[in-house]
Design a protein around this ligand. Structure first.
Ligand SMILES: *Cc1c(COP(=O)(O)O)cnc(C)c1O
Length: 379
């Protein structure tokens, strides 16, 4: 089945009870048993729920995996991955990542005795120097948030295989429409389905997809034991979002390209971070591992002025100033004071997150209105 058919039919079946085309929202905590232990596959909704199962099967299909797991948020999904580890284990993570992931790693898991190395991974071979007998997991985000760095998933997978480490890829920015990490050799793909998969800024959901049964069993045990599951209503909303993923992504890519090109020709703009430009340091890798360049980009203004950046995001009218990304509507954010405020300024600037950096999630509105809006706000 081709991807554009999978978004609509992948892993799905019509509801066996009444033939409903869309899976019903099974808003129930428990399920009847005819005699103790005899049930129709569902006992209690923390363990399994039919609407969640439908979403989990759809996710597995989209990512070319065998097992999907849906969580109450993207961070709950990451949390489940980290619970595979034990005291003394070490993780090598990209140094330019979602602020909430950084906070989870450093504020929660560090105190439980997990050690993290945050490193630049644009050259995958950098990873090797940090591997020792305690290393268990490589954590990759690509494109990275918000600098749009590109990490070579295949090269990371080769290193992970060689040293028998798990490779997890946060695929939130790219979505399976643009990039399929499991096919490139990753063990775990993670999503904040809050973003493009849901696609309508109306839900907070997380997901993991894996190929390996043992790994799936371990993650399912953690999901059921820790309990951070995705509810039936939210599962339904993400399933509905997924059905138009390919159509939305196509437009996100078109609009993202047009905005990147407009900004790169603007005299007040210092730099535009977008992997579609030929002069992007890892453009060739992006081209090889992604089907397109997506709707996310960042830019900085000349002079690196904090106040000016704030003024621009406040003046935008079609772009909404808000956290998050990946919805049909265009959003703008100021990472240094919003999504990445939890990262100390010094660490932030080391990875390029300047005070003047503005991040855009380019939506699927008419491109003329988006460009006009940027023009009036920047001028
Ligand atoms: C939003 C986001 C997360 C966290 O997901 P939540 O659903 O907000 O918990 C993780 N990684 C990336 C890249 C994100 O954009």
């Amino acid at each position: 089945m081709k991807f554009n058919t999978k978004t609509i039919h992948g892993g799905q079946q019509h509801d066996p009870a009444y033939g409903a085309v869309m899976p019903p929202i099974y808003q129930t905590s428990t399920y009847t048993q005819s005699t103790p232990g005899a049930h129709k596959g569902y006992e209690y909704s923390r363990s399994h729920n039919p609407t969640r199962t439908a979403l989990e099967n759809a996710l597995a299909s989209l990512e070319n995996g065998n097992y999907g797991l849906a969580f109450g948020s993207g961070l709950a999904a990451i949390d489940a991955v980290l619970k595979l580890l034990q005291v003394g284990d070490e993780v090598i993570s990209t140094n330019n990542l979602y602020g909430g992931s950084y906070r989870l790693f450093t504020s929660i898991y560090k105190k439980f005795g997990i050690k993290f190395h945050f490193i630049g991974m644009q050259q995958a071979e950098n990873i090797e120097a940090y591997i020792n007998e305690n290393t268990k997991l490589i954590w990759v985000e690509t494109p990275t948030n918000p600098m749009m760095n590109i990490i070579d998933i295949k090269a990371c997978a080769a290193i992970a295989k060689k040293h028998k480490l798990l490779l997890a890829v946060d695929n939130t920015f790219a979505t399976p429409y643009l990039q399929q990490p499991l096919t490139l050799g990753a063990d775990i793909v993670m999503h904040s389905a809050t973003k493009y998969l849901g696609g309508h800024s109306d839900v907070v959901v997380g997901a993991l997809v894996v190929k390996d049964k043992d790994l799936a069993d371990k993650l399912y045990f953690i999901q059921n034991s820790s309990g951070a599951i995705c509810g039936p209503q939210d599962s339904f909303l993400v399933l509905r979002g997924i059905k138009t993923l390919h159509v939305r992504m196509q437009r996100h890519c078109e609009n993202g390209k047009a905005v990147a090109e407009y900004l790169s020709n603007h005299p007040k703009i210092e730099h535009v971070y977008w992997p579609g430009f030929e002069n992007h340091p890892n453009h060739a890798i992006a081209k090889a591992q992604m089907k397109g360049f997506g709707g996310m980009l960042s830019f900085s203004t000349k002079g690196n002025n904090f106040e000016e950046a704030i003024k621009i995001v406040e003046t935008l009218k079609v772009f909404t100033l808000a956290e998050s990304l990946g919805g049909v509507e265009s959003l703008a954010g100021h990472p240094a004071s919003m999504t990445h405020a939890s990262i100390p300024k010094e660490a932030r600037e080391k990875t390029g997150i300047l005070d003047s950096l503005i991040r855009l999630s380019v939506g699927i509105e008419d491109i003329d209105d988006l460009i006009e809006d940027l023009k009036q706000a920047i001028n």
